[in-house]
Design a protein around this ligand. Structure first.
Ligand SMILES: [Zn+2]
Length: 164
């Protein structure tokens, strides 16, 4: 009995009717989506995508970190990505705490996290603008590649394209 038995059991059923064995690792729709780890977001479902269609990059807050850029570079040059959608969401937990708050919560459990930068969000609009600029101006991605931002509303399921 492990803490993961429910998952292994569910996978038995999933694998029994598995139908995606012919897919390659290339993004069939030429898309990468950068979104948050929030458990309410179903990136494939809300965008009308299926397994095989897109690269999905997730982290806390949908922030464009060095590792997100690294992954986008690989996605573009190796795995068929030609466009990027940056998709943060409403009611994001990362906009409700500061880095100092997180350090404090960890410290209360005896853990020192001060060497980590959590990229918490003070102003979501500003963070989205900043992160879009980071993707658009990195020297490592092709000039002029389509990059868009849109905020997913977790209470309505609706995507609001960003003017940035
Ligand atoms: Zn979030």
């Amino acid at each position: 009995m492990s803490a993961f038995d429910d998952l292994y059991e569910a996978n038995e059923k999933f694998a029994a009717s598995f139908g995606s064995s012919g897919l390659t690792g290339r993004a069939a729709r030429g898309l990468a989506v950068v979104t948050c780890m929030d458990s309410r977001i179903d990136p494939l479902g809300l965008l009308g995508l299926r397994p095989g269609d897109a690269k999905i990059l997730r982290n806390a807050g949908a922030r464009v970190t060095d590792d997100v850029l690294r992954t986008l570079v690989l996605a573009v040059y190796v795995l068929g990505v030609e466009r990027v959608l940056l998709m943060p969401h409403t009611d994001c937990g990362m906009a409700k705490v500061s880095d100092a708050d997180v350090h404090g919560l960890a410290a209360a459990r005896g853990v020192d996290t001060r060497s980590l930068d959590f990229h918490t969000i003070l102003d979501q609009d500003e963070a989205l603008r900043h992160d879009l600029t980071r993707i658009r101006t990195t020297p490592f991605l092709p000039q002029g590649m389509p990059v868009a931002g849109a905020i997913y509303d977790v209470s309505t399921g609706r995507l609001q394209p960003s003017p940035h």
